[in-house]
Every structure is written in C-alpha cells, then in structure tokens.
Design a protein. Structure first.
Length: 63
C-alpha cells in the first residue's frame, strides 16, 4: 500500500515538474520576444532624424 502511495506522489511530482518546465519555457519565449521588440524599437529610434530646437539667440536674429 505504501509503495502505491509513493508511486502516486512521484507521478504528481513529475507532473508538477513538467508544468513548471512548460511555464519556464513560456516565460522565456515571452521575454525573448520582448527583447526582440525592444531591440527593433531601439534600432528605429537610433535611425530617426532629430530636428534640433533653435536656441533663444537664434530666434532673436529672426525677429
């Protein structure tokens, strides 16, 4: 009887381990996609053209 209980506990522990492994894979995939998105966004921002704001002295010359 005790052997059957131990075997059941082992199956439950193995099932829990498998669920945790799948959850870890899912989290890892999510984090990898977030990192790819961040890198793509950073790359786009770095290549964006920035228009400088004129300073006050430059604006006075226009008046």
């Amino acid at each position: 009887m005790q052997i059957a209980i131990l075997q059941q506990q082992m199956r439950e522990m193995e099932a829990e381990r498998d669920r945790e492994r799948e959850a870890a894979k899912s989290i890892q995939k999510f984090q990898a996609s977030q990192l790819r998105d961040l890198r793509a966004t950073s790359s786009q921002v770095q290549h964006a053209t920035v228009t400088p704001v004129p300073d006050a002295v430059s604006l006075l010359h226009l008046v």
